[in-house]
Design a protein around this ligand. Structure first.
Ligand code: GP9
Length: 420
């Protein structure tokens, strides 16, 4: 049956996730904090505008953290909820709609729930209405101990859609140190850099020069504000004694919806190819700070949101064996393939960008050694596998296959010993 073939795919993929190295289980029992920053892309990391660093705190952290600069968001129409789903369930979001809304009652192997089973206290924090993206229901299904939503925060720094990330991080750390038992899993979803990015002028100090008064300029200011919030969070974690016993991960959920190539060319000061634009619109940064600051450096192998859950489990020494993950382990040296919901994919050697109508031969296959388009057939085998993965993921989600694959509990039939 089709579902047996799907199960077999996971069995095969699982072997890659079993590869052990010196990071396996090294951070067993540590707290894990995962921050998902709104519309936070990779193209501005390490860049300056008018002599001022856009992300000085992120840049400083890269000196003592692992920075994945070829990390992809794998989202579709479900935007922020898709980033949450692919990060925590290690499956692809759907081609249409949001899994959170459409299939919250289906079974998924999710990081919070797995961590809960091993003694962690998983908690989610997001300053918006708890029903948005059906989070309230989905977070219950994911087994979070508590979802701290808008009603749990004091709106003492009103900004954009809601509360500013500076106050959000501060209040979250307060909850973590006063209410939550350790080890914890803290998942924090920021909101300050949400479209249309118009923060009050006194909230952020960044001279964006020729971009002043444009949405692109406002966007740069908003991500600069989020970077300041990140800097304050790290300082506070040090004061609270959390820094040395917490794995901190910070990544962006999806792009900023600003698609005008000319703006990026102006900002980066060079002409951009279609491949450059593809990367700009799909890469988000991932920063991983290990408690002892080890392994610092820039990691250029392709990776993506689906990889986060198996990778956290690798660090904590929790076996991935019983679960159904499509992602890779970021901490093993195996070559990896990253598939985007559009059907684009890269394996680090080639990069395929699909055509508008999805006909394989009309897409473009880039040879990443030369950066130039090559014979499209060089991407043929990869494309077949990319579509295969997207299909399997869709089937698992739509037909609730993980529930079907659960070991059947034997029905116990008892024969009455007496009759009356
Ligand atoms: C609101 C926030 C927005 O809760 O997560 O999500 P988005 O509009 O970016 O999907």
């Amino acid at each position: 049956a089709e579902s047996d073939k799907d199960k077999e795919w996971f069995n095969q993929h699982q072997k890659l996730l079993q590869v052990k190295n010196d990071l396996s289980g090294k951070y067993k029992g540590k707290n894990v904090m995962v921050i998902q920053a709104e519309a936070y892309m990779n193209f501005f990391i390490g860049k300056k505008i008018n002599g001022q660093a856009i992300t000085p705190n992120f840049d400083k952290l890269t000196k003592e953290s692992m920075y994945f600069n070829n990390y992809y968001h794998q989202t579709a129409q479900g935007r922020t909820s898709d980033a949450d789903f692919s990060t925590h369930a290690s499956l692809h979001p759907l081609p249409t709609g949001s899994v959170f809304i459409r299939y919250a009652d289906h079974k998924f192997d999710t990081l919070p729930s797995i961590l809960k089973d091993t003694g962690y206290s998983p908690n989610a924090f997001h300053v918006y209405d708890s029903s948005f993206w059906n989070r309230y229901t989905m977070y219950k299904a994911m087994n979070y101990d508590k979802f701290y939503s808008k009603k749990d925060f004091e709106i003492d720094e009103p900004l954009g859609w809601s509360l500013g990330d500076k106050s959000f991080f501060r209040q979250t750390l307060n909850d973590l140190t006063t209410e939550v038992k350790q080890p914890f899993y803290a998942y924090m979803v920021g909101i300050s850099s949400h479209h249309p990015y118009n923060l009050p002028p006194d909230a952020v100090d960044l001279d964006v020069g020729e971009f002043e008064g444009t949405m692109f300029g406002d966007y740069l200011k908003s991500v600069h504000y989020v970077d300041e919030a990140l800097g304050e969070l790290v300082d506070q974690m040090k004061k609270d004694g959390l820094w040395d016993n917490t794995i901190l991960m910070f990544y962006g959920d999806h792009d900023n919806s600003i698609k005008d190539k000319a703006l990026y060319e102006k900002f980066l000061g060079k002409p951009l190819t279609d491949l450059d634009m593809q990367k700009i619109m799909n890469q988000v940064p991932l920063l991983v700070h290990l408690p002892d600051g080890s392994r610092a450096g820039t990691y250029t192998e392709p990776a993506g949101q689906l990889d986060l859950t198996p990778s956290v489990m690798h660090l904590l020494g929790i076996s991935t064996k019983p679960y159904h993950f499509m992602g890779n382990d970021l901490f093993s040296e195996k070559p990896r393939m990253v598939v985007l919901r559009s059907g684009a994919f890269t394996d680090g050697r080639v990069y395929y960008i699909p055509s508008e109508d999805g006909t394989f031969s009309k897409g473009t296959c880039y040879n990443l050694t030369t950066g130039q388009p090559t014979d499209v057939n060089a991407c043929g085998p990869g494309y077949t596998e990319a579509l295969n993965r997207l299909n399997i993921s869709d089937q698992v989600i739509t037909y609730d296959l993980i529930r079907q694959w659960e070991p059947q509990t034997q029905e116990v039939t008892t024969t009455p010993s007496t009759s009356n």
